[in-house]
Ligand binder design. Structure first.
Ligand code: SPV
Ligand code: MG
Length: 434
């Protein structure tokens, strides 16, 4: 009887390493590829550029592959229990990565029906990660970058976004990573062009005084050196007729989403709350603006996210929830709920209540004030996107001021050196400098 062989793949960029695994697999019998869905890829922190159907089409046309089935989680459990393969074939590199937990599970599952794990020595000269890093160095197309946020929201349990205000902070969002205790490498998923920090870095107040052209110049500079998707803070969006042009400009640039807040008149920063005069727009007017934006949009992937200011302006939870429903009905692709309370109580209440009636619409939070809440906690209650909205600029300014004051005080820079990056390090920071 022909033996059943199972190979799990993402197969975004099919290369010689995959062929080596598939060739070996086909020596043992009939090969079924468990092709990871977008959600499953998200669990592995490896978001493919190509859609499932496109990846499937390539594999189905290989003579080495007899069947392609979806693998909907990073765990092989469901497919192994259904297919009961005689063999699972995999490269041996997963012994040492954060995928080792899936390896142990595969071994246990196979034992139950007498299957066997076959591991192939890893070819260090060909790896997906390496190829993807090389491709990232070449940059990204406008369309690929733009469509990435929607994919990430589907694929990742929680999308983590970092504020950027120039190309250098963009490079931090692009490259910063941490290796957690279980070996998982965590990174930011995308960037936030904040009206507060873009205005502040230009020495202007956060009152919509920096025009869209100037804001887009910053975004373009960031896009020149990064590949991650960006969410743009468009303040109130201005007049509906003007917002239509903003949507088109953002799409053309490759921005993935715009957030507009339901305020009107002279906009002031939300973290000032009712300490300054701020006016909320009517539901009717704001829904009209959302509809105008959606009608103006050309691409499928661009998202218009409506930001609710009811908690900021202290008009109550009921108003916030009422607006949430209305904005979704008007066509908003997501909602941002804002609060300036240190206690996360009202945000949590909003998210939980909203989620009782709507499990689909992406929810965005900006935990500048309620900063004790972790990403795990946000994920658990049903938040989709967390934006760290101003921290790069807030980190940079005190560092610069301290050094400036030290030079004045000491009449030289000797004392300030410890607070500065080493000259050698700055010369090596940007490739091509030396
Ligand atoms: C921004 O970053 O500009 C924002 C978020 O709009 S907040 O400053 O909290 O209003
Ligand atoms: Mg803003």
């Amino acid at each position: 009887m022909v033996k059943k062989v199972y190979v799990s793949l993402i197969s975004d960029l099919l290369h010689a390493g995959h062929i080596k695994v598939l060739k070996k697999a086909s020596e043992f019998g009939e090969v079924t590829v468990g092709l990871l869905t977008l959600e499953a890829c998200g669990e592995l922190n490896d978001i493919p550029y190509l859609d499932y159907e496109k990846r499937k089409e390539v594999l189905e046309n290989l003579t080495l592959v007899q069947h392609v089935v979806p693998q909907t989680t990073a765990s092989y459990k469901e497919n192994i229990e259904t297919l009961k393969p005689d063999y699972v074939v995999h490269g041996d590199e997963w012994k040492h990565t954060h995928q080792r937990k899936y390896r142990s599970e595969v071994i246990q599952l196979l034992e139950k029906h007498g299957g066997e794990l076959v591991e192939i020595p890893y070819s260090s000269d060909i790896s997906d990660m390496h190829i993807k890093e090389q491709i990232a160095k070449l940059g990204i197309t406008t369309a690929s970058r733009q469509s990435r946020l929607k994919k990430l929201i589907i694929a990742r349990p929680l999308v983590k976004i970092l504020e950027v205000h120039n190309a250098l902070s963009g490079l931090i969002a692009e490259n910063a990573y941490e290796e957690l205790a279980d070996g998982e490498r965590v990174t930011f998923d995308g960037m936030w062009s904040s009206s507060l920090t873009d205005s502040t870095s230009k020495g202007k107040p956060d009152i919509e005084a920096v025009d869209t052209s100037a804001r887009l110049t910053t975004v373009n500079e960031i896009f020149e050196v990064t590949t991650k998707p960006l969410i743009y803070d468009a303040d109130t969006g201005g007049k509906p007729e003007h917002f239509e042009f903003t949507v088109r400009s953002l799409e053309r640039t490759g921005v993935s989403a715009v957030i507009i807040e339901d305020k009107t008149g002279l906009k002031k920063n939300s973290l000032l709350g009712n300490d300054v005069a701020q006016t909320q727009d009517t539901i009717e007017n704001f829904c009209h603006k959302i509809k105008c934006g959606k009608a103006a949009q050309i691409t499928n992937d661009f998202m218009i996210i409506a930001r609710i200011e009811s908690l900021i302006l202290e008009v109550g939870m009921e108003d916030a929830l009422k607006r949430a429903t209305a904005y979704v009905e008007a066509g908003a692709d997501g909602l941002m709920i804002h609060s300036r309370q240190k206690d996360p109580k009202e945000i949590i209440e909003f998210v939980k209540t909203f989620r009782q009636g709507d499990t689909e619409t992406p929810l965005v939070v900006v935990p500048t004030s309620f900063n004790s809440v972790t990403t795990d906690e946000f994920e658990k209650i049903g938040v989709n996107v967390v934006i760290y909205a101003n921290h790069m600029l807030r980190a940079a300014y005190p560092g610069m001021m301290k050094v400036a004051q030290s030079i004045l005080k000491n009449k030289r820079t000797l004392e300030a050196e410890d607070d500065c990056m080493k000259i050698k390090d700055i010369l090596e920071l940007i490739p091509g400098t030396n």
